[in-house]
Design a protein around this ligand. Structure first.
Ligand code: SIN
Length: 326
């Protein structure tokens, strides 16, 4: 069945977040409770959504700081199901801002997103005097229906980011997300998309039914990977405690360590010595940077050679998925 873009349905999946948050007073922008309003109610308040061919599902209702593998699995399954429907052109996901970049990255790793998967959010609760969620939802819908769009994308405050680069960069500004040196992929406003860079290539790594997909979707937990930060006066305490834990609790052993290094991924000598000991004991150690922008450029003579051009939290997901496949 061939369905034209104009006829294609858009699916909206709700997962919670501030966009669905409620406060006791419209003036309260911080003392609210996230994940209270259903995605159906959020959409009902937006005239621009009236008359559109939509399917709406509440997949979860969480404050995204409490995101779990279980929610990711449910979301990925529902996305794979809807993306495979010939009558569906795109899926929009409402999500909290706090771990949005992690969910987007996880989805990019596991989904073959040949159609747009547009995650959107809000920095102000739905009950705010001037909430930002409705405009972000309108922009997400414009992007979702824009010809040629594909991959896992994030829309916030009129900017479109790719799952690989995006990070939450501000605690309360409405334009809270940033893509570092790469910059946004596009802007969206007044119903128009202005594209600056190519949409992300769908990774196509995992397809429903393939062994890797089943392994991720059926896992009870991801392999234990921790994120450590190098800083002034850092020492071996955390690494030693983790190695001790692994020795006494093999079932929950730490299998990977991501170190967020200083500057170009450098690591305090005391922490580096401990990490190289962990590496010798079979723990996978990868190095990235605690800097908000810029790659880590590897060079000869370094003790920890597995360098990732990813933020520490995304490097954690990438390593955990790799370990799951081993
Ligand atoms: C959350 O991440 O669920 C709460 C914070 C937010 O959405 O801004």
């Amino acid at each position: 069945m061939n369905v034209s873009l104009a006829q294609q349905r858009v699916v909206v999946l709700g997962t919670g977040g501030t966009i669905a948050g409620r406060a006791s007073s419209a003036a309260d922008g911080v003392g609210y409770t996230a994940a209270q309003v259903t995605v159906q109610d959020l959409l009902a308040s937006i005239p621009a959504y009236e008359g559109l061919a939509l399917d709406v599902e509440q997949v979860a209702q969480v404050d995204s700081k409490d995101m779990t593998l279980g929610v990711w699995q449910t979301l990925a399954r529902r996305l794979a199901f809807h993306l495979a429907r010939p009558d569906v052109g795109a899926v929009v996901v409402t999500h909290g801002t706090d771990t949005l970049e992690e969910t987007a990255f996880f989805l990019q790793c596991v989904l073959d997103a040949q159609k747009p998967v547009v995650l959107t959010c809000a920095m102000r609760p739905a009950t705010a005097l001037v909430p930002d969620g409705p405009q972000n939802l309108v922009d997400a819908m414009v992007l979702a229906r824009h010809p040629g769009t594909c991959g896992v994308l994030i829309v916030c405050a009129g900017r479109v980011h790719g799952a690989g680069e995006v990070a939450k960069a501000h605690t309360y500004r409405l334009d809270a997300f940033d893509s570092g040196d790469a910059g946004p992929l596009a802007t969206v406003g007044e119903g128009l998309v202005r594209q600056f860079r190519a949409w992300p290539e769908p990774s196509g790594l995992l397809k429903p039914g393939a062994p890797a997909w089943d392994r991720v979707m059926n896992a009870h937990e991801l392999p234990g990977v921790v994120v450590l930060t190098s800083h002034a006066d850092a020492d071996a305490t955390q690494v030693n405690a983790l190695l001790d834990h692994s020795a006494s609790h093999p079932a929950s052993a730490v299998r990977g360590m991501v170190v967020a290094g200083t500057g170009n991924g450098t690591v305090h000598a005391r922490l580096e010595e401990a990490l190289s000991r962990a590496q010798e004991q079979g723990v996978r150690v990868v190095r990235t940077t605690r800097c908000a922008a810029g790659p880590v450029i590897p060079h000869a003579g370094q003790v920890l050679t597995d360098v990732r051009q990813l933020s520490p939290v995304k490097a954690r997901i990438a390593l955990a998925l790799e370990l799951l496949g081993e």
